[in-house]
Design a protein around this ligand. Sequence first.
Ligand code: NAP
Length: 320
Amino acid sequence: MKAVRHHRFGPPEVLVLEDVPDPTPGPGQLLVKVAAAGVNYADVMLRGEAGPTARFRPEVTLPATPGLEVAGPVLAAGPDTDTALVGRRVTAFVPNGGYAELALVPAAGAVPVPDGLDDNRALALLSQGATAVGVIDAARLTAEDTVLVEAAGGGIGTLLVQLAKQAGATVIAAASSERKLDVARKLGADRVVDYSRDGWTEEVGPVTVVLETVGGRTGTEAFQLLAERTGTRMVVYGFASGEPADITAADLFSVGAALIPFSLGRNPELLADLNRRALDLGTAGRLDPVIGSVLPLAEAAAAHRAFEDRTAIGKMVLTP
Ligand SMILES: NC(=O)c1ccc[n+]([C@@H]2O[C@H](COP(=O)([O-])OP(=O)(O)OC[C@H]3O[C@@H](n4cnc5c(N)ncnc54)[C@H](OP(=O)(O)O)[C@@H]3O)[C@@H](O)[C@H]2O)c1
């Protein structure tokens, strides 16, 4: 089969399409014919050599095939493995190896895709959908809230804008380009702000909730927007800039806001429920993932480059 691999850590161009042996499912595994492989920001961090995010990279054995999530039909089940899903379309997390024509999926984590959802949208509701639902739960949004959604044109951000609107909150979408802000506007954001500009917080004014995933100076500035009311909170679910926001105990004390972490990785027991809820919302048409680009496997490097250049919009998908 064809698979994207990298033999060293480095820039997006280390990703190359190669011929590798077809995988054989072992006990507890399903063999999936990949129809769609999700590209996540985590993949970029796992591939990169340098830069601030490299130090957060878990161990990766080279050569490696990136890709943490796939969608497609199940071709076969391994020995001693339930065959109920053979022939059905599923989405699933994979430990690695998603950017390929075939992938081995842990049977216990495979989720059948509802008929009303195509592969790309089902995939967008897996990691990013589950994260978005979990972040909104953690934020406990109400109609009284004014919420700042960072990276609002991204995979998770575009879902957060929709969920925050459905919770009745006033939504301020923040992103680094007019294209991304336009997407957020179309998804229902009440106001938008380009946080790559100096002085952006003055355009925003006070908010009651920040959904924080950028970190660094942006995250630190966003925290200061919480100052004027009691009961304000910042949900931290990432730091795409590579540096966490610089918020001290003294800042928490003086601003009076709560800092709430959300991590799927630290709450794996929540994953199945969050993913089911995201899929249900998608099937009901209440959560409509933005599929920003669908590229062939051979263009995996371009997909990674788009993340690094901050031009990626919504969910990025690779297709064999
Ligand atoms: N907590 C969890 O369980 C969990 C699960 C999955 C993902 N995450 C995190 O959630 C975030 C969003 O993930 P995603 O897959 O949906 O990605 P994404 O939002 O599609 O892409 C990352 C976003 O980060 C923003 N960004 C800010 N500074 C950046 C920089 N220096 N380089 C590149 N991008 C930068 C970009 O938006 P602008 O250009 O508009 O700033 C971009 O849209 C990531 O930080 C990811 O690590 C957390």
